[in-house]
Design a protein around this ligand. Sequence first.
Ligand code: IPE
Ligand code: IPE
Ligand code: MG
Length: 267
Amino acid sequence: MGIIGFLKNKGSKGSKVKEIMADVSAKQLPRHVAIIMDGNGRWAQKRRLPRIAGHRQGVEALREIIKITSELDIRYLTLYAFSTENWRRPRDEVNALMSLLVEYLQKEVDELDRNGVRINMLGDIEGLPDEVSAEILSAVNKTKHNDKLQVNIALNYGSRAEILNAVKSIVRDAVEGTIDINNMDDTLFARYLYTREIPDPDLLIRTSGEFRLSNFLLYQMAYTELIFTDKDIYWPDFDRYTYLKTIQEYQNRRRRYGGIDAGEGET
Ligand code: IPE
Ligand code: IPE
Ligand code: MG
């Protein structure tokens, strides 16, 4: 089952959540979940609302997903909030998205801090408006000692730019003699990425039925399990039940990393 179609079970969702939560908690959980929160615009369009209403509703979904991730003791959650390509959108929408983020951080940072959440940012912070970067730096700083759940916000993030910047820094360090290029391996390379010190995602979720990565964590997702929801599940629709079902599907996957399953090579 590559695409998940559980909206069909909508009627009995509530009663099933507890049961699924218990099942999911008893099995091996992903250590790091990454999410491409897609479909806010279409969610709004469907209701004849302005796109920004969809982004607003998306924040509500986000709040709930952070809560469940923490309840499940998942250690890292990475959220794609704004890509380097999203600057191509109308100025009003870009401004609204930035304001929404600032508003979210202002409102929520204290509670996130109380709940042991550490906020981290992935992306080009210098390319953001001053008030946005200031708010982020303050949230990062305030929560830096927390270690229950690390929430990485990918903002003004592009994977190709990240890799290219890593290569530039590596060349610079090699020329200066601080690294020996002959000793370069995956581990050292990964230290030049925004995600240094963060394990690769185990699970990627993209909502709204788009089957692409849109320049997100291309290097880090070499062996990530990918789950794309049905096209009628936009990000604002992504609730506790849907999230738990997605994790359940992840738990049914067999990760081989190029090898074979235990026991398979014995004949
Ligand atoms: C995702 O929803 C949010 C961001 C990209 C910030 P979209 O705004 O991409 O919604 P659709 O894909 O147009 O429906
Ligand atoms: C990816 O979604 C970026 C975020 C969710 C922040 P987009 O909606 O921008 O991606 P495309 O344009 O459909 O590939
Ligand atoms: Mg989109």
